[in-house]
Write a protein that binds this ligand. Structure first.
Ligand code: NAI
Length: 355
């Protein structure tokens, strides 16, 4: 099989193309602009599973009515450090970015903010949000729900989503340290990639219909949690903090990404922002983080490794490089973005693992 061709685009051109396509699908400019900010960031960080590759899907959902075009986003403050943003199922990136603004105001006032987001759409790579908060000097945590495509430890039927966790902290004199991961061994996008390249997958990634480990990407019927029972516990925690706690559907009742694109998704997400000054000298805190990453860098690498990196360091290097030199995007995606086609009508009505 031949490798897909790659086109390198300047970040501002990629941004323009994504924004234009989403607006063509009828998303208002402000939301389209914010979604484009987010998707360009993801591609620039090398998180291609959450970048321009998703535009076709978003455009289809927007065009079919599964995203509220003019959401009435409201903030219900429930205490000095708590609140819920009701997203009215607007474009996920836009809703969550607006929610982050409320959380930032709250942490500035009270030193702590736990802000839940109810009724949002798919909100992309969570590092986008926690990095922004850490750039303002706060320690930040975010989690969100996603479609039920993961078998619980010891089970053969799917229950939880790939429920990601992202964490960021400011660090003296350098960009924030950002850790961001799905709670599954591999993101669904990696299985799709293996399918498209007709490659086997390791037997630690996913299971077939009977719940047995599989190396055939076409036989995948459920993803596996990271680290067995421990990852399973973490994804349950995410589902509770970003779903049940906000009164939202949980576990297998969470809506599917590709099922009914005319329906709203009603997903949940949360932000926890902490002002380090409430616990310690904030400058000394950031210096300790710098000392930590410096000491990690000084650790002798194991065989086969060039050095120890801190979480998010490679994404940051990738971001700096791509923002300066251009972002590689699969040529068929660029062709689509440049075309008059709004979407290819290829996602609606498909189950999570449909081929
Ligand atoms: P990943 O496996 O590529 O990376 C996980 C973490 O490990 C990152 O923080 C990365 O910086 C760190 N890392 C990787 N290599 C490293 C190294 N050599 N040294 C030190 N640290 C290293 O991430 P994953 O799990 O594939 O997630 C990808 C994205 O998908 C995330 O942005 C996540 O938020 C997003 N996601 C979003 C969902 C949604 O519904 N919105 C659902 C699931 C994932």
């Amino acid at each position: 099989m031949t490798e897909t061709e790659i086109t390198v685009l300047k970040p501002e051109i990629l941004h323009q193309l994504i924004k234009k396509k989403l607006m063509k699908a009828s998303l208002p400019e402000e939301a389209a602009n914010e979604a484009a900010n987010h998707l360009v960031f993801a591609d620039a960080c090398g998180i291609h599973s959450h970048g321009a590759v998703r535009v076709d899907y978003y455009a289809e959902r927007i065009a079919k009515g599964g995203t509220t075009l003019h959401p009435n986003i409201t903030f219900e403050k429930t205490g000095p450090s708590t609140g819920i943003v009701h997203g009215d199922n607007g474009m996920g990136h836009y809703v969550c970015n607006e929610a982050l603004k409320y959380a930032l105001e709250m942490v500035e006032e009270s030193g702590l903010a736990f802000v839940g987001i109810s009724q949002t759409g798919h909100s992309g790579a969570l590092s986008y949000y926690v990095k922004k908060a850490a750039e303002e000097g706060y320690v930040a945590l975010s989690m969100c729900q996603s479609d039920p495509m993961v078998v619980p430890f010891g089970g053969s039927e799917n229950y939880f989503g790939t429920n990601p966790i992202a964490f960021a902290t400011p660090c003296e004199g350098q960009p924030p340290v950002v850790f961001d991961m799905a709670t599954t061994v591999q993101a669904w996008g990696k299985i799709l990639d293996a399918r498209s390249k007709q490659r086997e997958i390791p037997d630690t990634w996913a299971v077939d219909k009977e719940g047995n480990p599989t190396t055939d990407p076409n036989a995948v019927n459920g993803l596996l949690p990271i680290a067995g029972a421990k990852g399973y516990g973490l994804m349950m925690m995410v589902d509770i903090l970003a779903g049940s706690l906000l009164g939202l559907p949980f576990g297998k009742h969470v809506s599917s990404m590709y099922d009914d694109l005319t329906a709203k998704r009603n997903l949940g997400q949360m932000f926890l922002l902490i002002d380090p000054a409430k616990f310690t000298d904030p400058i000394a805190f950031q210096q300790r983080i710098l000392q930590m990453v410096t000491e990690l860098h000084a650790i002798k690498p194991a065989n086969g490794f060039d050095q120890v990196y801190y979480p998010g360091e490679l994404s940051k290097k990738c971001y700096d490089n791509y923002m300066a030199e251009g972002i590689p995007v699969a040529t068929p995606i660029v062709d689509y973005l440049q075309s008059e086609t709004v979407h290819f009508d290829q996602y609606g009505g498909k189950g999570a693992f449909a081929k």
